[in-house]
Ligand binder design. Structure first.
Ligand SMILES: NC(=O)c1ccc[n+]([C@@H]2O[C@H](COP(=O)([O-])OP(=O)(O)OC[C@H]3O[C@@H](n4cnc5c(N)ncnc54)[C@H](OP(=O)(O)O)[C@@H]3O)[C@@H](O)[C@H]2O)c1
Length: 327
């Protein structure tokens, strides 16, 4: 296997976590980093042993030795930064939400296709053992038909109008930041909904800070989804089925749990604690695809990211979640 040289674009909190994952992989080197501020790039480069660091994203993208760039800037910059990297011939894995809306995501996809470069949304759940375990149990048929999914992701984020979570020009929104996870749960375990209803509450900046969503499927199945920066009920989803229920959750410690409750049987719990919170599997998948000359992942195919952003657009429209500088 080739050893891949990674570039890190926007060394914020998430870039540090993802890079700790890359460090676990023998065929990966965190080669360079680009920040808007050369001092931040230098600090990151020292921590992760990067050979190069840059005070701009343009210089990082232009580095001829970089094979693949991980983008971890705020949501509203994902399209611009992805297009910058692609135009410099770089393969890209970009953080969720992939971009602000379906039109932006479509531009990213067509540009990657045109240039025959790899593109993937950095979606954590599909690579994780709790997700794989839950899928295996559901697919085995022991639980029978799924009737309902209740998914949630909440934590209390102190209000700060400048923080990217509340700043409209940075794509601040609980839906795009954390509500995306219950949406991923519903799409993964139940598919694309036939009908979407949603309602939201807003912070003083006008950014959405809590959203409640109902998905309806033609066969009568339903999902209720909730995200909020105002409450703290944790992260997970309960899948309510004909012959029992399964709860898939993760704690603040990032431990992953699957609780299986079959009617008339003892409860069974499965707990997983992957190293580096399991972020390394996304980087590993990128390198496997590049080794196989594939321009998209089969674990997070482009079609899943398109369904996801279209569904987020539908929720936003229903709940009146608007980004005045972008929409
Ligand atoms: N997959 C996951 O589990 C997970 C978890 C958390 C977050 N995320 C995603 O990761 C991305 C980054 O989140 P984060 O929590 O790491 O954010 P963060 O700590 O605020 O870092 C974002 C970085 O973006 C850069 N940036 C570029 N333009 C900016 C602007 N105008 N204002 C502020 N920062 C700007 C900054 O780096 P420089 O100034 O140094 O260039 C900043 O450090 C988001 O898409 C988020 O949804 C994913």
């Amino acid at each position: 296997m080739k050893k891949f040289k990674w570039g890190i674009l926007a060394p914020g909190k998430m870039a540090v976590k993802f890079s700790r994952g890359i460090q676990l992989l023998e065929n990966a080197e965190i080669y360079s980093v680009g920040s808007r501020d050369i001092q931040r790039a230098k600090i990151f480069a020292e921590e992760f042993g990067c050979k190069k660091y840059y005070g701009s994203y343009e210089e990082l993208a232009a580095d001829p030795d970089v094979d693949v760039i991980y983008i971890a800037s705020p949501h509203s910059y994902h399209r611009e930064h992805t297009l910058l990297c692609l135009s410099n011939g770089k393969n890209v894995i970009c953080e969720k939400a992939f971009a602000m809306n379906c039109s932006e995501v479509s531009q990213m996809i067509s540009d990657a296709k045109k240039r025959k470069l790899f593109l993937m949304e950095a979606l954590w759940p599909p690579f994780q053992p709790f997700y794989k375990k839950a899928s295996e149990i559901i697919e085995s048929g022991v639980l029978g038909k799924i009737y309902h999914l209740h998914g949630y992701f909440t934590f209390i984020a102190p209000y700060d109008p400048l923080d990217r979570k509340f700043n409209l020009s940075l794509g601040g929104s609980s839906l795009l930041d954390i509500g995306i996870y219950p949406v991923i749960d519903a799409l993964t375990f139940m598919g694309v909904p036939d009908d979407v209803k949603a309602s939201a509450a807003f912070s003083p900046t006008g950014s959405e800070e809590s959203v409640s969503v109902i998905f309806r499927y033609k066969d009568g199945r339903m999902a209720t989804l909730y995200s909020s920066f105002k409450t703290s009920i944790g992260i997970g989803c309960e899948i309510i089925c004909e012959k029992g229920n399964i709860t898939v959750s993760r704690g603040r410690d990032m431990n992953q749990r699957v609780l299986l409750e079959l009617h008339g049987s003892e409860k069974q719990e499965f707990v997983f604690s992957p190293p580096a919170m399991g972020y390394h599997w996304e980087a590993e998948e990128v390198m496997k695809c590049l080794d196989d000359n594939r321009t998209q992942s089969q674990v997070v195919p482009i079609s899943f990211s398109v369904n996801l952003i279209k569904t987020l657009d539908r929720i936003r429209e229903e709940a009146g979640i608007i980004f005045p500088d972008i929409d």
